[in-house]
Design a binder for this molecule. Structure first.
Ligand SMILES: NC(=O)c1ccc[n+]([C@@H]2O[C@H](COP(=O)([O-])OP(=O)(O)OC[C@H]3O[C@@H](n4cnc5c(N)ncnc54)[C@H](O)[C@@H]3O)[C@@H](O)[C@H]2O)c1
Length: 255
């Protein structure tokens, strides 16, 4: 039996590095998929690769409550249920000291990374309640468990979703809905490249070496390695696991 057979999974940030690998893996494990992101072209390419009969690709801004409700309504219309939500869309924001961090940038990061998760929870939980349960996996970060200089809004946002996860897990355990965060760092996607450039403008290679040196496994993680953890928590293999955070970070959180 495939690990997500007969399940319908909604993935946000599905056009990004981690989202795409999760979509491929979830599809391989039998899930029908609803792919949400801002980037419609990338979503369409991914849906064609996976097979459009088992896949709905919807350009959706996770910060927009109506768009999220509409995406869930279209999901129910096509697949009749939602079993899994991988709430994964996120942005890194600029790299700068807190006092120089603009209020606009702070609001943008919080809008995608916190409001986006809040709206995702509000949209999918009622459907899961009516189906008798489900699993929600939120992409936080190692930055949701510890601090880091110069990305204060990102760190605040990733801590905030750990709090949302705990509240949702406690409130909806009786409805058999499990909610957990995964806490990656550093993963080889567009985001880490942007952060390398932000931490060392024009010296991304040197920054990469320094970051990798700080990882006990001495390398970046691959998006597939994050997708593996998201799959496990989404599947029934994790049936007694809720309300907690799971690093996938090459050992960084051990020190
Ligand atoms: N790459 C890392 O090192 C790392 C580490 C820790 C946590 N994360 C988290 O993993 C998640 C995925 O990031 P990634 O590394 O795949 O980066 P990525 O930039 O490749 O993917 C992020 C995706 O989110 C989408 N997105 C952004 N704003 C959106 C919005 N308003 N509505 C819908 N979609 C939106 C983007 O279009 C993009 O496709 C993020 O939440 C990120 O914070 C990444």
């Amino acid at each position: 039996m495939l690990r997500l057979e007969k399940k319908v999974a909604v993935i946000t940030g599905a056009a990004g590095g981690i989202g795409q690998e999760a979509a491929r893996l979830f599809a391989k494990e039998g899930a029908k998929l609803v792919l949400l992101d801002l980037d419609q072209d990338a979503l369409d390419r991914l849906a064609n690769e996976i097979g459009t009969e088992n896949c709905l690709a919807l350009q959706t801004d996770v910060t927009d409550p109506e768009a999220m409700q509409q995406a869930v309504a279209l999901t129910i219309r096509k697949f009749s249920r939602i079993d899994v939500a991988f709430l994964n869309a996120g942005i890194e924001g600029p790299v700068t000291n807190l006092c120089d961090y603009s209020i606009d940038d702070f609001d943008k990061v919080m809008a995608v990374n916190v409001r986006g998760i809040f709206l995702g929870l509000k949209a999918v939980i009622p459907e899961m309640i009516s189906m008798g349960g489900g699993s929600i996996v939120i992409t936080s970060s190692l930055g949701g468990l510890r601090g880091m200089a110069k990305i204060s809004a990102y760190i605040a946002s990733k801590h905030a979703v750990v709090g949302l996860m705990k509240s949702a897990a406690l409130e909806y355990a009786s409805a058999k809905i499990r909610v957990n965060t995964i806490n990656p760092a550093p993963i080889d996607t567009r985001m880490i490249k942007a952060l390398e450039e932000g931490f060392g403008p024009g010296a991304a290679d040197a920054v990469q070496k320094k970051i990798q040196h700080g990882v006990p496994l001495r390398r970046y993680g691959q998006p597939q390695e994050v997708a593996n953890l998201a799959l496990f928590l989404s599947s029934d293999e994790a049936s007694f696991i809720t309300g907690n955070s799971y690093p996938v970070d090459g050992g960084m959180s051990a020190s």
